[in-house]
Design a protein around this ligand. Structure first.
Ligand code: FES
Length: 113
């Protein structure tokens, strides 16, 4: 298998605990949102599974480890993408995230399926 393409999100110092940053996967064009939860990085597709609104417009609750969609209030666990409340029921796609060479990287790994 060839080395998968990783998408640059930001330099490490731009993603502090309690913050999130976005990017666009260079292969699939999918929106990516990467969260820093107490020093651990988690990446999700930047798309609410209710009506496909960008999750990155919402509120990151570090206490609940969730992102709330501003359109209708669905919340998702940033660690695994599962829906925590209506009106969303399907999980958001979870992507890998890493730090390397002083930067944060992620990718839409569904392209490898
Ligand atoms: S589009 Fe996100 S809750 Fe409706």
């Amino acid at each position: 298998m060839s080395e998968p393409n990783w998408t640059f999100i930001c330099v490490t110092g731009e993603l502090l605990p309690g913050e999130f940053r976005t990017g666009v996967d260079e292969v699939t064009g999918a929106g990516i949102v990467v969260f820093n939860l107490d020093g651990a990085l988690y990446a999700l597709e930047d798309r609410c599974t209710h009506q496909e609104f960008a999750l990155s417009n919402g509120e990151f609750d570090t206490g609940e480890a969730s992102i709330e969609c501003v359109l209708h209030g669905a919340r998702f666990d940033v660690r695994d993408g599962r829906a925590l409340c209506a009106p969303a029921y399907e999980p958001v796609a979870k992507f890998p995230a890493k730090t390397e060479h002083g930067a944060v990287w992620s990718r839409d790994d569904r392209a490898l399926d």
